[in-house]
Design a protein around this ligand. Structure first.
Ligand SMILES: Nc1nc2c(ncn2[C@@H]2O[C@@H]3COP(=O)(O)O[C@H]4[C@@H](O)[C@H](n5cnc6c(=O)[nH]c(N)nc65)O[C@@H]4COP(=O)(O)O[C@H]3[C@H]2O)c(=O)[nH]1
Length: 706
């Protein structure tokens, strides 16, 4: 406990007290200045300020109270002043308190304890001084930082606002409770959550949020929250709007092209990488289109950079419009990520198409862009027409990373230039041909119904027991004006993809029923089987449409067979089952086509209201050369018959196939061996045909062969 350099001014008119006090205090290490009255005490204090003063209350000339009051007025409250009063002199003690004394000592003084008493007071004094310095430092810090500081309790009530009241004004609204933290609910809960977190972890929590205090633009605030004690939390709020603005400007400069406002190369590459990742995990495809404006360089060179800039801006707008509002975009991108555009530099633009289902969709979009780009660009001096060459690369086929895909799209763009510009090419040249073909086919398919280009052919099905034809399967054909007859295998999948199968399917059903009524009128009473595609089965209007067509054409429902594939059934759910049951309730028969190609269990099939099972022709084709197929077909037929289904085998091309299938118990046979599909006019040829097939075991046939 050092007392060195700690000066005590002692004023007492009693010389004995002065001598004894000096001895006791100097012995404890204090420096002591002595005054024998109040006036001398003030003079001495003004010459050499003391760290502590001890005053006798009763002194001639100027008493201790007056000295105390004088010094307090001069230098404030911290300096410890001890009044020496008479024992039990409560009045003096009270008076001493009123004039600002720090403490009192009652006479007679215990000289042994005096120094200890003053040492305690000294420590309190030094603590007070340290606190004062700390407060001054805090105040200086608070005035120097631009933050608003306030203290909230655990119910979000503001207990104190420490600075920058203007920034804080939005926190407190002129409501009934002016100190209630008044923030939008989500931000207030951010505060309380962060306060809870800070309390639990003993950390300083940081969060940011935007606020719109008045009609002004949004401002951004950054909050730091630290715990003071179990009830109160300190919040420092900083207005970071300017920083946010700068960040967003920097971001824009780093990621966007200044001229067109489109994302730049850097942004494109980052986006492409993340789209590739997404496509990888979702097992999706994506396409990149790489566009280059043909002849742009010479326009730029001859007409000047301003003209070039105008064209680029306009090209960016056109690109934007043709990828934003097209039916293609809405069709392919429901609930998916957006098509993304970028300008890589110069006259090079890119488009990312995520979630691509078919290569030709990329081609359709590319041609659409190419067409919009061909519209004249209006410049001040004249209009300019530019064409565009577009290269297309596909993920994953043409590369599994961003750099390779971009390089290949660029290469494909050069193929397009080499093909005479103004065209679109895939990196994989074969794909360009295929996709072009499919794209044109799709266009033509849209007109085929109106142009009456479809017709039906019918393939008879032989009833083995009766030995004659009792039903036919209706099969569609497309008489294309340039390409001749197109197989349904080439256009039905396309019609499924673009939804045209619904009107086409209706046409087939109506035409088949109408033509069959004609044969009935001519005495040829055949059942007619019509194929239904998966999309038709999903159609909630299917039952109404079928019943409507039956009424319209007058074809009896019990002679209509609807063929659905095993795959289509597996895709669907209880609704499909209900549809099938409703159709059955109306006497319409159901056949399960392509049986054996799907994975339906017999248990599942048992629940279906099926009349016929059609064994797929892939099993029949090499029935006699493949022992496995033979066993499978035999098992399929016997299982189906056990479940009560009638079995038709399709694709019969030889007598031997027919004989073995009869041996296995098949009920009906269909295939080129009996007849290829024929036109409606030729149906009468089937009328008097009689077939007699002898059942023959496969072994017997093997034996015959050997
Ligand atoms: N190699 C060989 N082939 C034979 C033999 N017997 C019949 N075929 C062919 O096998 C197909 C049988 O029809 P599918 O399995 O329903 O298969 C049909 C069916 O899934 C679909 N399709 C045809 N017409 C329609 C239709 O109107 N609507 C729907 N949704 N699909 C149809 O197109 C597929 C192919 O039809 P098509 O080309 O007419 O081909 C027909 C028929 O010509 C044979 O002995 N050998």
């Amino acid at each position: 406990m050092t007392t060195k350099n700690f000066k005590i001014l002692l004023a007492d008119d009693d010389a004995t007290v002065r001598i004894l006090a000096q001895a006791a205090l100097e012995n404890a290490g204090f420096e002591v200045m002595l005054a024998c009255n109040g006036t001398e005490a003030i003079r001495l204090f003004e010459e050499t300020p003391a760290n502590m003063i001890m005053l006798d209350v009763e002194m001639p000339d100027m008493d201790g109270y007056s000295v105390c009051s004088y010094i307090r007025k001069k230098i404030g409250n911290e300096l410890p002043i001890i009044m020496v009063t008479g024992m039990d002199d409560v009045q003096s003690i009270n008076r001493a308190f009123e004039v600002g004394a720090t403490d009192f000592i009652a006479k007679p003084i215990n000289w042994n304890l005096l120094s200890y008493r003053l040492l305690y007071l000294k420590r309190a004094y030094l603590n007070l001084l340290a606190l004062k310095v700390a407060n001054a430092r805090s105040a200086a810090i608070l005035s120097a930082i631009p933050d608003t500081m306030f203290i909230i309790n655990d119910r979000g009530i503001i207990m104190d606002i420490c600075s920058h009241a203007d920034t804080a004004s939005w926190l407190i609204q002129d409501s009934a409770d002016p100190l209630k933290l008044s923030l939008p609910e989500d931000i207030a809960s951010l505060y309380l959550d962060a306060a809870g977190q800070a309390r639990r972890n003993g950390t300083v929590e940081l969060f940011e949020y935007p606020l719109k205090p008045s009609n002004d633009k949004s401002r951004y605030y950054e909050n730091r929250i630290a715990v003071i004690d179990s009830e109160e939390t300190l919040c420092l709020v900083r207005d970071i709007t300017d920083r946010k603005d700068s960040e967003s400007k920097i971001f824009h400069l780093a990621y966007f092209d200044n001229l067109t406002g489109l994302p730049n190369r850097q942004s494109f590459m980052e986006r492409l990488k993340s789209e590739i990742k997404r496509a990888h995990y979702a097992d999706n495809k994506l396409a990149i289109l790489f566009l280059d404006l043909d002849g742009f360089k010479s326009i730029n060179d001859t007409m000047g950079h301003n003209a070039g800039d105008t064209i680029l801006k306009c090209a960016a707008d056109r690109l934007h419009n043709s990828t934003r509002h097209s039916d293609f975009v809405s069709r392919t991108h429901k609930n998916h990520s957006e098509i993304n555009l970028a300008r890589l530099g110069g006259d090079e633009f890119t488009v990312i198409i995520p979630n691509l289902s078919r290569a030709e969709d990329a081609l359709i979009l590319a041609h659409r862009i190419r067409k919009t780009m061909r519209r004249p660009f209006h410049l001040e001096s004249r209009d300019v027409v530019l064409t565009t060459s577009i290269g297309i690369a596909l993920y994953p086929n043409d590369g599994d990373n961003a750099e390779t895909l971009l390089k290949h799209a660029d290469t494909a763009m050069y193929y397009a230039k080499n093909e005479g510009r103004d065209n679109c090419q895939f990196y994989n040249a074969d794909l360009t041909l295929q996709a072009e073909k499919r794209m044109h086919l799709e266009n033509d398919l849209r007109n085929a119904l109106q142009q009456n280009e479809f017709y039906l052919v019918y393939q008879p099905q032989l009833d083995i027991t009766e030995g004659n034809f009792q039903s036919v399967e209706a099969l569609i054909r497309w008489q294309h004006p340039e390409q001749g007859i197109i197989s349904p295998l080439d256009f039905i999948p396309l019609a499924e993809e673009n939804g045209l199968i619904i009107p086409i399917g209706e046409w087939v059903l109506r035409t088949a029923c109408a033509e069959a009524v004609q044969w009935h009128n001519n005495g040829q009473c055949l059942d007619v089987a019509v194929n239904l595609s998966p999309m038709q089965i999903k159609d909630s209007e299917l039952v109404n449409k079928v019943l409507g067509i039956l009424t319209e054409t007058g074809f009896p429902p019990n002679q209509l067979v609807l063929e659905i594939t095993e795959g289509a059934l597996m895709e669907h759910n209880e609704n499909t089952l209900t549809t099938l049951h409703t159709l059955r309730n109306h006497q319409i028969k159901i056949a399960l086509d392509d049986f054996g190609t799907g994975y339906s269990s017999m248990n599942y099939l048992r629940r279906l209201p099926i009349n016929y099972i059609k064994v797929d022709q892939s099993f029949v084709r090499d029935l006699l050369d493949n022992k496995d197929n033979l066993a499978i077909v035999r098992a399929m037929i016997s299982l189906s018959m056990n479940l009560g289904f009638s079995v038709t085998a399709e694709g019969i091309e030889t007598l031997r196939q027919a004989q073995v299938l009869k041996y296995f118990g098949c009920n009906a046979l269909q295939g080129y061996y009996f007849s290829k599909p024929i036109s409606a006019e030729k149906i009468h040829c089937l009328l008097n045909q009689k077939w007699s097939i002898q059942a023959s075991s496969p072994n017997a046939i093997d034996h015959e062969n050997s």
